[in-house]
Design a protein around this ligand. Structure first.
Ligand SMILES: [Zn+2]
Ligand SMILES: [Zn+2]
Length: 841
């Protein structure tokens, strides 16, 4: 991103509000200004349907932006398109123009639009209907409709029989449309365009599943397609549907699109040059001040609940997680250890000050309760200033009804509302931009997301201010002190792995149930040999039946039920109040043992509950309301074994005596006991054993191992080694999201001073999903950059012995002990000294 030096006189006026006229200037770690960009328009393409063009003109689009035409032209010519431009750059015109032109053309053509959430499809429908209504009378108007799990049966019938454009989500495709393809034969037969919106949301396990769902879709479209349909004149593309993948600005969009849609890279045109106009934007990096221990929460009147602190779970609203309401709450582990003010409290202050100054501001938070909490605290700050000001701040999150959301969006546009605290529900799709300021409380996970959020600030002819407020964790701390990692590093690529056998197996079963799989189909699902290997396993297990003509699903139940598209790792555990039967929330299957075991303290909306019984068979934890003065901390034992006899080979590479590996592993874990500790002084009140089963996860890990002489040469004594390795492991998990599109909650780690499989001291970092998700692979590919950033993050932290901002981890199964910050730096220095020079550049 280009930046220009800004003379002080031209500083953004809101910077003064942010720093309280200099009183808070020490919290500003960096300011960068991005110049305005002029818009470049182009002529409407000559092939475009005049009615569609008139519709756009009636809505005020006199001429399209050049990038819209470039993408539309490519799609019209039958090329697959990867359209990766910024928020508010008008991506939808680029795909609706060719799609609706095809629908209104002489040959029957249909269009499928996919978005990661239902809400987004609903929003897109509103815009599309507006366009269709604006078209002049004459030719029949395109019939557009959403269809998802909530659509009533009779409406669904109308959609299958009549709709030209169907807006839905991949889950509906997987569970309903593809298994019931006979009902959708009309749509599949005419399928000309498949639009995949917010393509960057399809990452990790979810991305792998969706890529295979899209391959199933293409196979069925071919199955129904009349054999005489030819490719559009003058193109080499196949006669199958054209994929248009629209995404945020990411790295390698063509590669991700080819992988997601299962099409050859050569057939994909990437459109990345954004020709829409943008105002000048000032970007501030901000670190909340240090405060003494627990006082922080008391001082600002906030409850020490999880969304204030780095232990927060990722927002369940994240489209890559789930679109359902979930309200998981962590025991406030280690809450007493914070030396800095929380990002939530800090952001609430900044939002209040910006609102009071008249600026229209959006504050992004990492969780739903974070959004509520920022809005509430900002209102509390504002009420004494002026009674009506408090009413001009609201919160916004998923789970609101479409009408409510649109009312809030409208209120913010008109200025009736000035401040809105929101989760990333607003990051996708929604039509709000041109605000005066955007606050980002806590690293949103990727630079891609950061720019999506930042893109809401500023508009042509007006300046925008963006401030990223660091939470106290290694990644946030690293980023506010390393502006080059925020602004100058390449954007992340969208990472997922369609060849993951744990994803491929259920998807092949689903495909076989739709239409039996033939040998010639296999290449559509990946490397045919690898696919055949997975099929052999499925046949051996009795899941599929092999006949001379192909592979068949012969069971009564739907095969789609085998796949957990969003990779949530099984049914979540419901947390239910025993006396009333009230559902308080849910906890991920994977973390239930550690969080809602018998006797665990569960915090919900500031109230404490104690788990009476965790029923693993019924996936329910019964809790009782009880005021307690303690929290609970579970202890987990964990083992990791390298699986070098599996289907995937183990890869290796040497840096002199340091050995790197990447490959399949088996992680066995068991929650064995828990401690009660008094709050807030954390004094241990007692330890109790737990009788919970051990769990096994087969996944992919990256690891590095170090012979003893390297440790000794680095000045790491045998006593220090476990703490050094453990600290390096934690910090490296915190920093891997810098290089891969993941969150630290997508990863796990194990460190040991002697691992039986490597024979040396080893640190493992693994994907926390069955089969892996592609994150460990990135760590392996970029090992030197990864460990160098890890080392820098630890060194840069001003704490004495390790804190949540460097080497402590919110999900450590051994209670953050032992950890040795200083020895970890010596260890990492030694490891990096063996790195080949080219790798660290
Ligand atoms: Zn620290
Ligand atoms: Zn740990």
């Amino acid at each position: 991103m280009p930046a220009d030096p800004t003379p002080a006189s031209e500083q953004h006026p809101l910077l003064d509000v942010l720093t309280a006229r200099g009183a808070r200037a020490d919290r500003l770690t960096h300011v960068r200004t991005f110049p305005a960009r002029e818009g470049v328009t182009a002529d409407w393409p000559t092939w475009a349907d005049p009615g569609v063009v008139d519709g756009y003109r009636a809505l005020g689009v006199a001429r399209p932006w050049a990038h819209q035409v470039e993408a539309a032209d490519a799609a019209w010519a039958g090329r697959h398109v990867a359209l990766a431009t910024s928020t508010g750059s008008g991506k939808s015109l680029a795909f609706w123009l060719p799609a609706l032109t095809a629908v209104r053309g002489p040959a029957p053509a249909t269009v499928l639009y996919l978005s990661p959430t239902k809400a987004l499809a609903a929003d897109q429908l509103v815009g599309l209907e507006r366009l269709v209504r604006a078209m002049p009378d004459g030719a029949p108007r395109p019939r557009v409709a959403t269809c998802d799990g909530d659509t009533p049966t009779d409406e669904r019938r109308w959609v299958t029989e009549h709709a030209d454009v169907v807006l839905t989500n991949p889950d509906f495709l997987h569970f309903s449309m593809l298994p019931g393809h006979r009902r959708w034969a009309r749509l599949l037969r005419g399928l000309r365009y498949v639009v995949v919106d917010e393509g960057h949301a399809y990452r990790g396990v979810f991305g792998a599943h969706v890529s295979l769902v899209l391959r199933r879709l293409a196979r069925l479209a071919a199955h129904y397609r009349p054999s005489d349909r030819l490719a559009p004149a003058g193109t080499t593309a196949s006669a199958g549907p054209v994929f248009v993948v629209a995404s945020a600005t990411t790295a390698e969009p063509a590669v991700s699109t080819a992988r997601l849609a299962g099409v050859p890279l050569d057939d994909v045109v990437a459109v990345t040059a954004d020709s829409s106009p943008a105002g000048r934007r000032t970007f501030a990096l901000w670190q909340p001040p240090e405060v003494a221990g627990f006082e922080r929460s008391r001082a600002s009147g906030e409850a020490p609940t999880h969304e204030d602190d780095p232990w927060a779970l990722p927002d369940p609203l994240d489209p890559t997680h789930t679109e359902q309401e979930a309200d998981a709450v962590l025991t406030p582990r280690g809450a007493a250890a914070h030396p800095r003010r929380s990002a939530t409290a800090e952001t609430a202050d900044l939002l209040a000050d910006l609102t009071a100054s008249g600026a229209r501001t959006l504050a992004f938070t990492r969780s739903r309760r974070g959004a509520e909490s920022v809005a509430q605290q900002a209102r509390d700050h504002l009420r004494p200033v002026a009674t009506d000001l408090g009413a001009r701040v609201a919160s916004y999150r998923g789970g609101y009804l479409p009408e409510e959301r649109r009312a809030l969006e409208e209120a913010l546009r008109t200025g009736e509302l000035r401040g809105l605290a929101t989760t990333n529900a607003l990051e996708l799709g929604v039509d709000i931009s041109g605000l005066d300021a955007v606050l980002v409380a806590g690293w949103p996970g990727t630079r891609v997301s950061l720019w999506q959020q930042a893109g809401r600030a500023g508009r042509a002819g007006a300046e925008g201010l963006v401030a990223f407020v660091a939470r106290e964790d290694p990644l946030d701390t690293y980023l506010v002190t390393h502006p080059e990692a925020v602004f100058d590093a390449a954007l992340e690529a969208t990472v997922f792995d369609p060849s993951n056998p744990h994803v491929l197996a259920p998807q092949l079963c689903a495909a076989a149930q739709e239409v039996p799989l033939r040998a010639e189909d296999l290449s559509a699902f990946g490397d045919p040999d690898a696919v055949r290997e997975v099929l052999d396993v499925l046949v051996a297990r009795g899941a599929l039946r092999r006949r001379p003509s192909g592979w068949y699903w012969t069971h009564a139940q739907p095969a789609s039920g085998m796949a957990d598209l969003r990779g949530s790792g099984g049914r979540p555990v419901r947390v239910v109040e025993a006396t009333t039967g009230r559902l308080l929330g849910t906890v991920d299957a994977g973390s239930a043992d550690g969080q809602v075991h018998d006797g665990a303290v569960y915090v919900h909306q500031g109230a404490t509950f104690v788990v009476d019984h965790l029923d693993l068979e019924d996936h329910v934890a019964l809790v009782v309301r009880k005021d307690v003065e303690h929290g609970t901390w579970s202890r987990e034992v964990m083992e990791i074994a390298i699986d070098d006899e599996g289907h995937r080979p183990v890869e290796g590479r040497d840096w002199g005596p340091v050995r790197w590996g990447l490959g399949p592993v088996e992680v066995t874990s068991q929650v064995v006991s828990f401690q009660r500790r008094r709050l807030p002084d954390m004094q241990v009140l007692g330890t109790e054993p737990l009788d919970l089963p051990s769990r096994t996860l087969a996944t992919t890990a990256v690891w590095w191992s170090v012979p003893e002489f390297v440790l000794r040469a680095a000045g790491v004594s045998p006593d220090e080694a476990p703490g050094a390795l453990h600290a390096a492991e934690h910090a490296s998990i915190g920093l891997l999201p810098l290089l891969a599109t993941c969150d630290r909650w997508d990863l796990g780690g194990v460190s040991t001073e002697l691992h039986p499989d490597t024979g040396e001291a080893t640190v493992f970092v693994y994907d926390a999903y069955p089969g892996g998700a592609g994150f460990a692979e990135r760590g392996y590919a970029l090992g030197a950059r990864w460990l160098a950033a890890t080392r820098d993050a630890i060194v840069a932290c001003s704490c004495a012995d390790g804190c949540p901002a460097c080497v402590q981890s919110p999900k450590c199964g051994s209670d953050n002990a032992p950890l040795d910050k200083a020895a970890a730096v010596r260890l990492l220095d030694a490891v990096l000294s063996h790195a080949p020079e080219a790798a660290t550049a």
